[in-house]
Ligand binder design. Structure first.
Ligand SMILES: CC(C)(COP(=O)(O)OP(=O)(O)OC[C@H]1O[C@@H](n2cnc3c(N)ncnc32)[C@H](O)[C@@H]1OP(=O)(O)O)[C@@H](O)C(=O)NCCC(=O)NCCS
Length: 133
């Protein structure tokens, strides 16, 4: 940061309905996130270009994973799986016992990707509330 920010944002904007870019992705919010757990923001590079990302978070009890994305031309070569394996390892090393991730209704086709890697669908109501304007 900040030199990679534009490329990362561009990747997210080009990742379809699975990655919903929101105000938490503004540069100031990403900087805030990086002060908390910089080692849980992974990027993959090829030829100097950013081709993959995944973000993790650990609050001391549960982990959360966000913004797994691989550039279209690099998909289905194992990179998405490798990013997931690495973020899971890092969460485990921090003492995280269980992690969650969200799949939007418009991106259900990705569910087999996660299920193959041991993620189980949880039938819960997910509630959210804005705590700041
Ligand atoms: C999901 C994503 C990160 C996977 O990255 P990847 O580098 O292709 O993943 P891998 O090469 O490690 O694994 C590919 C496997 O996942 C499956 N897969 C990945 N995305 C899929 C999708 N959208 N629909 C169906 N299958 C999918 C592939 O068929 C392949 O299956 P296989 O292991 O049986 O061959 C990538 O497709 C992507 O960036 N998608 C857009 C963003 C997105 O939806 N992110 C998830 C947010 S919840």
């Amino acid at each position: 940061m900040p030199q990679d920010y534009a490329a990362v944002l561009d990747l997210w904007h080009n990742s379809g309905p699975g990655v919903q870019v929101c105000r938490s992705d503004d540069i100031a919010e990403i900087e805030k996130k990086l002060t908390h757990d910089p080692d849980l923001f992974l990027v993959a590079e090829a030829d100097g270009q950013i081709i993959g990302t995944v973000l993790g978070g650990f609050d001391g009890r549960r982990g959360l994973i966000y913004h797994l994305a691989v550039a279209a031309e690099y998909r289905k070569t194992g990179l998405g799986g490798a990013l997931m394996a690495e973020i899971e390892t890092r969460l485990r090393q921090k003492g995280c016992l269980k992690a969650y991730l969200l799949v939007t209704n418009s991106n259900e086709e990705v569910l087999p990707f996660y299920e193959k890697r041991g993620w189980e669908e949880m039938h819960l109501h997910l509630l959210g509330k804005k705590l700041a304007d």
